[in-house]
Design a binder for this molecule. Structure first.
Ligand code: NAD
Ligand code: HSO
Ligand code: ZN
Length: 426
């Protein structure tokens, strides 16, 4: 991990940072082949890919009935942690449920109503580490939205993670399939003998999962691209280097393709963050993954000439997670628009939000925070508008509609209004 000056960043480094893609584009054609094979060969392909990519032989793909037992058998401490996290996530997401509404607009009765999508697929990662937290983060908002069928795909293993299965039980998953990577996304999008196709796929994953979501999105809705993890820490001289470093190392631990950056106006702090990172990485269980992530071109510590310049850097980077560790964090927050989730102050480590604070940890990566927020109850709802016009309200609007219809050359549209103005139909 190196220290760089924001003002002197060469164009290729700016591209690596601000147009980062975590290696997703490079595997698009391999992913297309995997998807094609799953569409042609169904479960046979899923089993063969499990041997090839997950190094395991899959017996039954549908493992739904193992979740309850896993929940009963896990340690009490783990069970309690899952329940506490689940309660906090549920509380936060219940606040997001929108109300149907109707209102009068000059005689026009207009409104909006919300209904859940019927069949949703949730991807719960599990290649390098098990992700019971992602089980809670994907399935709970779907159940809060009242989705009828939530089908989960999670990578196969000789022994599936009991914590993930237990979390899926607590969250209320309806079906659980052991299938991972691009093949899981293909199975959820198009169906196989065992996996029923869904209407929308949600959830995070590595670059294989993310590239596959991008590839199927014309045939099956997706939430957004939630790929290898990212963090940007915006810090001033009040920040504690050990805290900043710990947050960078934590997100680096997810994936060699993770992007972890810190930006500050204080050169000494930048040097101290790098030194603290070095101290913290040494001897870590996932040291190799962390080092690769820290050393990739989309990671680094950056020195800006001022805090406004540091804020601009954050806006351009558009992080999945933005941590603000600075004196006037609320004033800095006011100037930020592009971030999946913002963590304010020294005692709000991203890891708290990853697991248990309540907000969703499935968040847009690769700069997609410029255009979308993270997973929410709304992700699982579709809205329908409703309109009722009285004859007076239609009469009041008639000239506007017919004039615009004629301007568009759509005479039948105009006539469908005029016909209602004739006495014989009353
Ligand atoms: N953005 C978010 O909201 C968010 C949230 C949680 C986790 N994540 C990310 O999820 C990811 C989890 O990654 P993971 O790898 O542990 O689990 P994963 O479940 O995402 O991926 C594992 C699967 O990848 C496939 N795969 C691996 N190597 C392959 C290859 N060479 N060719 C084809 N397929 C291959 C395998 O099929 C395997 O089942 C990390 O990148 C983490 O940062 C993101
Ligand atoms: N930081 C991840 C999102 O990028 C979420 C997570 C799950 N477990 C630990 N962390
Ligand atoms: Zn994390």
């Amino acid at each position: 991990m190196d220290v760089n000056t924001v003002a002197d960043l060469p164009p290729d480094r700016r591209r690596a940072l601000f147009h980062r893609d975590a290696g997703i584009d490079a595997i698009a054609s391999d992913v297309a082949d995997i998807i094609e094979r799953v569409r042609e060969e169904g479960d046979v392909a899923l089993r063969e890919y499990a041997e090839e990519f997950d190094d395991t032989t899959v017996g039954t793909i549908d493992v739904t009935d193992t979740a309850e037992r896993a929940y009963e058998e896990i340690d009490d401490d783990l069970g309690e942690a899952i329940e506490t996290a689940a309660d906090n996530i549920e509380d936060f997401h219940e606040r997001q449920l929108p109300e149907d509404w109707r209102a009068a607009f000059d005689g026009r009765e207009l409104g909006r109503r919300y209904r859940p999508i019927e069949r949703v697929g949730a991807y719960v990662p599990g290649g390098g580490a098990a992700y019971p937290s992602s089980a809670l983060m994907t399935v709970i908002p779907a159940t809060v939205a009242d989705v009828e069928q939530v089908a989960v795909a999670t990578p196969p293993a000789d022994e599936l993670s009991p914590a993930t299965l237990a979390a899926l039980h607590v969250a209320g998953a309806d079906a659980i399939h052991q299938v991972g990577g691009a093949q899981a996304i293909a199975a959820l999008a198009y169906g196989t003998e065992t996996v029923s196709p869904v209407e929308k796929i949600v959830g995070p994953g590595n670059r294989w999962v993310t590239a596959a979501k991008a590839a199927v999105r014309n045939d099956c809705a997706i939430d957004f691209l939630a790929g290898p993890s990212e963090i940007c820490v915006l810090a001033d001289d009040s920040a504690t280097p050990e805290f900043v470093a710990a947050d960078l190392v934590a997100q680096a631990e997810h994936d060699p393709a993770a992007s972890v950056v810190a930006v500050t106006d204080d050169e000494e702090l930048a040097e101290n963050i790098v030194a603290a990172v070095d101290r913290q990485v040494e001897g870590r269980e996932r040291e190799e993954t962390i080092r690769e992530a820290l050393d990739n071109d989309a990671s680094g510590v950056f020195v800006a000439r001022s805090m406004p310049e540091a804020v601009l850097f954050c806006e351009e980077y558009a992080a999945e997670h933005l941590s603000i560790q600075a004196d006037d964090d609320e004033a800095l927050l006011d100037r930020i628009s592009n971030a999946g989730s913002v963590f304010l102050g020294p005692y709000s480590p991203v890891a708290a939000g990853d697991y248990a604070a309540g907000p969703n940890h499935v968040l847009p990566t690769g700069g997609h925070a410029r255009i979308t927020g993270g997973l929410s109850v709304e992700t699982f709802l579709r809205s329908t508008t409703v309109q009722r016009l009285s004859s007076d309200a239609l009469a009041a609007l008639g000239d506007t509609v017919t004039t615009l219809a004629e301007a568009e050359g759509l005479e039948a549209h105009a006539e469908s209004v005029r016909v209602r103005d004739r006495a014989e139909y009353e």
